[in-house]
Ligand binder design. Structure first.
Ligand code: UDP
Ligand code: MG
Length: 310
């Protein structure tokens, strides 16, 4: 059967949210009157979500379970969703119901008007900490400023994409992924729809600060050379300053000043330059490490089981 809407939800230990997610998606999608499927990508859950997903799939053929062999991360789970989705439009949605399934119909309306990427913009966020909101707001703005791609601010992965767009994204197999950046990068006709991001219905966030930081670094390195350019910039600044310092020091010395004698100045400048060099090396390392990962060419994810295509 031809499917119009594929709803993709990455699942990592969301057992409490699964029944409610399924129920709300089903109600909304049934009301659309179009054929749909719910692709549940189990990203190595350990809380019984896997069995719950299988149960849902048994009871309703709309549900397609994709079970990973281990936890590969949110971004990779989304990628598997793109790979397995069969619909003419693919919607990515969080499993914790922070993205209300009812908004899908609004996204679909824009799609029917001819837009190929319809992203949901968070006009309000409920139930999140001050820290999360501030770092997120800062993050989106920094990314907007320093990367080459104009990634819309305050948008997450909640979006609808046309089949054409998904087919392009499926060819982009980079290892360190930032899906919302990738979907901005491809172009096509894009538009935002504002929505109110709800609080998590149950469970805790699977995005501790460490993972947020990793995502931010992936976004920056994946879409810009900015950190490398910063290193170059500091190189020029310190080289420039030292050249300027040569005549100053020479004149002071000839004039009999003892200002630059002693080890303290030497020590400080050696430590300073050493620090700058190590940081630059680290930045370079981030890019080289990513190159190495690409060169290995391992599969992005490993599926333990997935339904046969019917
Ligand atoms: N998620 C995932 N793999 C992970 C971490 C998260 O598939 O390693 C899923 C999670 O189950 C949820 C979505 O990604 O459906 C967003 O995660 P979460 O709600 O914890 O992030 P937050 O909304 O707090 O940023
Ligand atoms: Mg969430």
């Amino acid at each position: 059967m031809k499917i119009t809407y594929s709803i993709v939800a990455p699942i990592y230990n969301e057992i409490e949210n699964l029944p409610e997610l399924y129920r709300r998606v089903r109600d909304v999608m049934d009301s659309s009157g179009q054929p749909w499927e719910l692709v549940l990508v189990d990203d190595g859950s350990t809380d019984g979500s896997t069995e719950k997903i299988r149960e849902l799939a048994q009871a309703d053929k709309h549900v397609r379970p994709i079970i990973f062999a281990r936890n590969f991360g949110h971004q990779v789970a989304i990628t598997a969703g793109w790979d397995y989705a069969r619909g003419d439009a693919v919607v990515i949605i969080d499993a914790d119901l922070q993205d209300p399934p009812e908004v899908i119909l609004e996204l679909a309306k824009k799609w029917q008007e001819g837009y190929e990427v319809v992203y949901a913009v968070r006009s309000e966020r409920e139930g999140e900490t001050w820290f999360k909101k501030t770092t997120a707001a800062l993050f989106y703005r920094i990314i907007y400023r320093i990367t080459d791609v104009k990634i819309p601010v305050d948008t997450g992965d909640f979006r609808l994409m046309d089949r054409k767009v998904v087919n392009v994204l499926k060819q982009m197999r980079e290892r360190h992924r930032f899906p919302r950046g990738m979907s901005a990068w491809v172009g096509f006709r894009q538009i935002g729809v504002p929505y109110k991001r709800a609080a998590r219905t149950a469970g805790v966030t699977k995005y501790p600060f460490r993972k947020m930081l990793k995502l931010a670094i992936n976004a920056i390195t994946g879409f810009s050379y900015f950190p490398l350019q910063v290193a170059t910039f500091f190189g020029f600044v310190s080289a420039g300053l030292s050249i300027l310092a040569i005549p100053v020091v020479a004149i002071l010395r000839l004039a009999g000043s003892h200002f630059f004698e002693g080890q303290t100045t030497t020590l400080i400048s050696v430590l300073f330059l050493g620090g700058v060099q190590l940081i630059s090396l680290g930045i370079l390392g981030e890019y080289v490490g990513r190159l190495y990962d690409e060169a290995k060419g391992r599969p992005l994810y490993i599926v333990r089981d997935a339904p046969e295509d019917d």
